[in-house]
Design a protein. Structure first.
Length: 565
């Protein structure tokens, strides 16, 4: 398997031609070294799961390839109704799927479910990867709720009125055509999440200056409650506990069908990608290094102690036609996808190889920065600076090669007062464990802490979480190997478990509701990380869904209670 050598040749000859630069030379050298190391592992050591990694994830159970429910549940587990984008969470409890086209139809379905003593769950783009998307009973996909109703005036502000199944990118494109943009910069790194799903999990973009969490720009909500009744809540006229609960609800309070989001005149971002050493960022400080950016984040490659910084500033410059962000959709030829899976599988067995892969990805990001334009001949050109509409420059589609690829996202938000100390502790932890992350490195993103919700993981609750201060998100996207036995996998994952546990226990960290493992949420409940807000959320449950129509095991694990039906 000469995968890495093929990768080097394909990129240098097809993409860059014969341009000789120091980075190109270093890239080729690191690829060759990686290939040599891989060959040694193949010949001398082997690795469990290598023979499964190409077929597992195609959603076809193939016993003749030794696939089973134990080593490839994504393919072989039966009665899976909902699966997360990364095939890690597989929901089997639904016994009924119902399609609705209107809020009234949703209400009628909920009323029937109540009569039949069934639980109900709505589902969006399935980009969450926790058990929050799972339940028993009736499933209602929201993919028919795709209408953008219009622009209105509400509470003295301009808002866009939309159904909840519209994606963040779709509504941003619609607004941009009409001269508007969402208020702040709440665009997630992945642009195809739905409005309803991103609200439910308190999802975020990356900005230290503006609203960075979509739940914080909601002005009105239409929701179907646990009895099938339709409510229209205006932020200015609604009890704050109810409205803040619904703004980031985990789907536990009802089915949100329509929302009104604050908007502003559209603007362009001039975005620059630059490259730094880890020591430089440590010296300057994370927040200080990003303070001049309206939009900004880091991709930190800890094995080689390098950092790629993306900094966008509002500008009056005209946009570059076709400017786009492709950070999550790197240019990888289809013919190298399956070999790449095998290389990552070997990397899970042998950390030295994973570190070599990280170096390869670093040089690839220097030679192919994530800012892209397409010329008149359809050829893509990679740029270190581009100007474009905010939503296109601050988000990316996810690579089509994600299908069949297993990835775990560990993300913990840390308050500003603890962030620099936490960064140093993570650096030490990574060095001690020789951790290398070749996918996109460690994502470091930012958003102000606000009090517009009860349980978005950025909410200000006093103590370390002060209103207006910048929350810092540390995220490790990690490859999940196939075919490891329980003990081997436990050892593989330990360094990431310790990372999350350290940030929660020592640095007032809170896990993202759509990522991480269940035990991280158990920790924040035990630590009372949300102060009195979980009690207030229980009050909202008591009013909107006292009998538990929308209850699930995830909510029960957080300590929420419902009356018996």
């Amino acid at each position: 398997m000469k995968f890495v050598l093929i990768l080097a040749l394909s990129y240098t000859t097809l993409t860059w031609g014969q341009i000789t630069t120091e980075d190109t030379i270093n890239f080729e050298a690191s690829v060759v070294q990686c290939n040599q190391q891989l060959t040694q592992f193949e010949i001398l050591k082997g690795c469990p799961g290598v023979n499964l990694v190409v077929s597992c994830g195609n959603l076809i159970c193939e016993p003749h390839k030794n696939e089973s429910t134990l080593n490839c549940p994504a393919d072989c587990l039966q009665n899976v109704t909902v699966r997360s984008y990364n095939n890690i969470v597989l929901c089997q409890g639904y016994n009924e799927v119902q399609i609705a086209y209107s809020t009234q139809e949703v209400a009628d379905l909920v009323k029937r479910a109540v009569m039949e003593n069934k639980n109900v769950r709505a589902i969006g783009a399935s980009h969450s990867a926790t058990e929050t998307m799972c339940a028993k009973g009736m499933l209602i996909p929201m993919d028919k709720f795709k209408t953008i109703i219009g622009i209105e005036e509400l509470n003295g502000r301009k808002v866009v009125h939309t159904q909840a199944g519209v994606t963040i990118f779709e509504i941003s494109e619609w607004l941009e055509e009409r001269g508007y943009a969402l208020d702040g910069l709440p665009h997630m790194g992945f642009r195809d999440v739905t409005i309803g799903g991103s609200m439910a999990t308190g999802s975020h973009g990356s900005t230290a200056k503006h609203h960075g969490v979509i739940s914080n720009i909601v002005e009105a909500i239409q929701v179907v409650d646990g009895q099938g009744e339709i409510h229209n809540y205006n932020k200015a006229q609604t009890n704050s506990t109810i409205f803040k609960g619904l703004s980031a609800s985990l789907g536990l309070l009802g089915i949100v069908t329509e929302v009104k989001l604050r908007i502003q005149p559209k603007f362009n971002l001039g975005v620059a990608v630059t490259y730094h050493t880890q020591s430089e960022i440590l010296k300057n400080g994370l927040i200080n290094s990003i303070k001049d950016c309206d939009y900004g984040h880091f991709n930190w490659f800890p094995g080689i102690q390098k950092v790629m910084k993306t900094c966008g500033k509002k500008t009056t410059e005209e946009e570059t036609p076709g400017a786009n962000n492709e950070l999550l959709s790197p240019q990888i030829p289809d013919f190298v996808v399956n070999p790449f899976k095998k290389v990552l599988q070997y990397g899970a067995c042998y950390s030295d190889l994973m570190c070599m892969l990280e170096q390869v990805r670093w040089f690839q990001n220097k030679l192919q920065p994530p800012l892209v334009v397409t010329d008149e001949n359809g050829k893509k050109k990679f740029k270190h600076y581009l100007v474009g509409p905010a939503h296109r420059m601050a988000s990316s589609h996810l690579t089509k090669n994600q299908q069949g690829f297993f990835q775990m996202d560990w993300e913990i938000a840390v308050p500003a007062s603890r962030a620099e100390e936490a960064f140093k502790a993570i650096s030490k932890h990574i060095e001690e464990n020789a951790t290398c992350l070749p996918l996109v490195g460690v994502f470091i993103r930012f958003a102000p802490s606000e009090d517009e919700t009860l349980i978005a993981h950025t909410v200000s609750t006093g103590g370390d979480w002060k209103k207006g201060e910048t929350a810092v998100f540390f995220e490790m996207p990690v490859y999940i190997p196939i075919g490891f036995d329980q003990e081997t996998f436990k050892q593989y994952e330990k360094q990431y478990v310790d990372f999350a546990r350290m940030l929660i226990s020592q640095y007032s960290g809170r896990p993202h509701w759509g990522k991480n493992r269940q035990w991280t949420f158990d920790m924040i409940v035990d630590k009372k990380a949300y102060g009195k807000n979980l009690d207030l959320f229980q009050e909202a449950i008591n009013q909107l869904d006292p009998k538990g129509t929308f209850a699930n095991d995830f909510g029960k694990g957080l300590g929420f209670q419902w009356k018996q039906k």
